[in-house]
Design a protein around this ligand. Structure first.
Ligand SMILES: Cc1cc2nc3c(=O)[nH]c(=O)nc-3n(C[C@H](O)[C@H](O)[C@H](O)COP(=O)(O)OP(=O)(O)OC[C@H]3O[C@@H](n4cnc5c(N)ncnc54)[C@H](O)[C@@H]3O)c2cc1C
Length: 464
């Protein structure tokens, strides 16, 4: 008789958990997986996928406006949120089914319940008395939105609830200016909602390249989004219709809805990890090594719960590496350079590699190439659509360290640029690449002039 019920028991059937369970089962391991909400996890049920569908939906208003200049007559244009949200949920249900069938086809046992770790080799399932035993346990429980600790926080919604709204509000306050806050600001604005963003920092999108941050902030303001930096929320009060958000600096903003996009926390509370010998980090994340192994030999963790790079493709790659290491006899360490990422705002952000500030910190000599231009489409539509591009080069090796884009299709362009950067492309090799004309991306291979910081003005303090 086998020593354990399972070779692998996975807690959490999101991006990382489903991939690990399926791959391990396909290699012949006996695998169980527990999911307390819906199979598919954040990305599929209330993250990347439904968000991107809302992003698509929010673009049509501006595109219909542009279409008029291209000769289209677009009369009686109306938008119905219930139709969009119904269709988004139909797609979520379909994907939930796809993920469920994937697990079934691989022979993984599913347990649709809350799970906790009983000891390094046992998992307790909420809907049954006896724990299940496993040689290895994989923690893939993801993360949840954190609400700011202010009076009236019970009135706040998070990104989770944005996918459940029965009607669009006429106005919304979004607290926080990270990528999720900015994406929802852009989505709501696209549907004609009056959006105010309150953020305690000095500029949106902390950790991104400064030119992207400034460029996106300007473009969002141009679209009518009220971005208020250095704003600290004192509390939220219910009003006759909607809510009033009071600011510590004085004054307040009223809106029909208030959303918090103030970060996410790993799902480890009450999971029993510490009693199983698993070390947790400052915000409760599972501390793991390069192979995703925790401080307990039989317990591994992947995805957002480890708070490394909280993105779906990273969770999937970590799951893959874990299975190769533990079940395929191929120790595979994780590597985190040149991870492309996007912010699906309008205009879109695509970025890979180091920001200018990071590059200047890590490299002795850095060259910068920048370009900013109006799109060809805008010359006819009359819209303000622009593109900004920036390349960061190690001046000593000529290697491209970072590539940052703001404008249409930035995500698609940067995904391809990421391949070149990962392979160590040099600026000279970009210059040798033939341009594809007319395209936005051609600018990446035609930037010839180094950007020089403006010379200090003689006689000013800066020159002293
Ligand atoms: C609004 C939003 C937009 C996003 N957009 C993008 C994007 O555009 N691109 C991108 O790459 N990433 C995006 N992300 C991030 C991405 O969704 C996550 O990085 C990814 O889902 C992490 O996968 P995971 O497997 O670690 O966790 P998850 O996918 O969150 O899965 C964890 C699962 O564990 C379950 N669970 C938790 N605790 C237990 C328990 N005790 N017992 C049983 N089950 C449990 C949860 O219900 C959940 O289903 C977005 C996230 C959000 C919130």
């Amino acid at each position: 008789m086998a020593e354990f019920d399972y070779d692998l028991f996975v807690i959490g059937a999101g991006s990382g958990g489903v991939r690990a369970a399926r791959l391990a089962a396909e290699l012949g391991a006996r695998v169980g997986i527990a999911e307390e909400y819906r199979i598919g996890g954040t990305c599929v049920i209330r993250g990347c996928v439904p968000k991107k569908l809302l992003v698509y939906g929010s673009h049509y208003g501006a595109e219909i406006e542009d279409a008029r200049a291209f000769g289209w007559t677009c009369d009686d244009v109306r938008f119905e949120w219930p139709t969009l949200i119904h269709n988004v949920h139909r797609e979520i249900d379909r994907l939930n089914g796809v993920y469920t069938r994937t697990l079934e086809a691989a022979g993984v046992d599913k347990f649709l319940t809350h799970a906790t770790v009983e000891n390094p080799h046992a998992v307790k399932l909420a809907d049954r008395d006896a724990p299940v035993s496993a040689k290895y346990i994989l923690i893939a429980t993801g993360s949840h939105p954190v609400m700011p600790d202010v009076p009236g926080r019970e009135h706040l919604i998070s990104s989770n609830e944005c996918f459940q709204l029965e009607a669009l509000p006429d106005s919304i306050v979004i607290i926080g200016a990270g990528y999720i806050g900015m994406e929802f600001a852009s989505i709501f604005a696209g549907f004609g909602v009056a959006v105010t963003v309150l953020y305690r920092g000095e500029q949106i999108l902390r950790d991104f390249d400064m030119d992207l941050r400034d460029g996106l902030a300007e473009a969002l303001r141009d679209r009518g989004i009220d971005l208020r930096m250095d704003s600290n929320v004192a509390g939220i009060e219910k009003e006759e219709s909607g809510y009033r958000v009071a600011l510590k600096e004085g004054g307040s903003v009223s809106a029909a809805l208030v959303m918090a996009a103030t970060g996410r926390m790993p799902n480890t509370a009450g999971l029993g990890l510490q009693r199983a010998g698993v070390e947790l980090g400052w915000n409760g994340h599972v501390v793991v090594d390069r192979y995703s192994k925790s401080s307990a030999d039989s317990i591994y963790a992947v995805g957002d719960v480890t708070d490394r790079k909280n993105l779906t493709p990273v969770a999937i790659r970590e799951a893959h590496a874990f299975v190769e290491t533990v079940f395929d006899n191929k120790p595979t360490p994780m590597e985190y350079t040149f991870i492309p990422t996007a912010v699906f705002t309008e205009p879109e952000v695509g970025t890979v590699g180091l920001s200018e500030a990071e590059a200047r910190d890590k490299h002795r000599l850095v060259d910068i190439y920048k370009s900013s231009f109006r799109t060809l489409r805008a010359t006819v539509s009359g819209s303000k659509e622009r593109v900004s591009m920036k390349l960061i080069i190690d001046a000593e090796t000529d290697k491209v360290l970072g590539c940052h884009l703001l404008g249409p299709d930035a995500a698609e362009i940067v995904q391809m640029a990421a391949i070149a950067l990962k392979l160590g492309v040099t600026k000279a090799q970009l210059d040798q690449t033939m341009a594809l004309h007319p395209s936005v991306a051609e600018e990446l291979v035609t930037m010839r002039h180094k950007w020089e910081p403006p010379a200090p003005i003689k006689g000013s303090d800066a020159a002293a």
